[in-house]
Design a protein around this ligand. Sequence first.
Ligand code: NAD
Length: 295
Amino acid sequence: MIGFIGLGAMGAKMCANLIKKGHQVAVYDVVPAAVDGMKALGATAAASPAAMAANAEVVFTSLPNSAIVEDTMLGANGILAGAKPGLFVIDLSSITPRVIQKLAKIAAEKGVDLIDAPVSGGTAGAEKGTLTIMVGASEALFAKAKPYLECIGTKIDRIGDVGAGDTVKLVNNLLFGCNMAALAEAMVLGVKAGLAPRTLFDIISKSSGSSYALTAKYENFFSKGNFQPGFMVDLEYKDLQLAIDTAKDVGMPLLFGNMAQQVYEAARAKGYGKEDMSAIVKLAEEYAGVEVREQ
Ligand code: NAD
């Protein structure tokens, strides 16, 4: 039996794909409606991470941040409180490499294997089962994880030992966060200067200024004024903090990362934290007095 903890924007879709591939899945989330959604697809509900861990061979976690992953592993009703030796835990969250490395050491003392396998590809990739998955694990644990990960992703790579997956993920999201901040400013400039948003999209998506931020976020987000996540401002803010912390650890300045984080900070101050990260366009729209919307 597989366990799955954290049934949010990403987790629910990844869990659904594991169920579709024929796995028996037990689920846990602090939000009862999220659990009900998976029960409707055939999952069973576990009373706690500890109860789940006692019966599972593999447990997946897809949680918002390092502190919650740590609590889910080490808390009184956490995974390690119920785990038997031999349990395999795969963390799909994007968290700080130092935390996953610390947790893997503590887990190993109990005979439990823990690896990091953060994902990229957004909720669309999670739904289609086409995620990119960056794994931090020994060769042996990577081989053990792969058949499970193939249920949720298509590009699955071992990056290095535990923590390496989370490291490449934070570098990716540093870039994505900076690209989105630049995109928001650039699109608003184009509209303020008199161009139609569709013209900007059509030309730039086929020019040197294109980016995943543009192609993933224009049609369903900016152009419609739809800011339902998606990937929340709060999560991108957290990922930029992971990059900033890592830059401090290795002793390098992070000019654009820090500047971009201030944009997401401003969005949080405006109350946009739970909206999709593309909601940062509203900040530039407010300065400029125009909107990047199609009629
Ligand atoms: P989310 O906030 O939508 O989902 C998190 C889920 O965890 C929620 O259902 C929440 O109720 C649950 N949760 C919170 N605390 C819990 C606890 N103590 N015990 C059990 N469940 C708990 O977030 P998401 O967008 O699904 O992201 C999950 C992780 O994946 C994050 O680390 C994020 O950075 C990463 N990620 C997200 C995306 C994306 O596009 N949304 C893409 C790649 C990676």
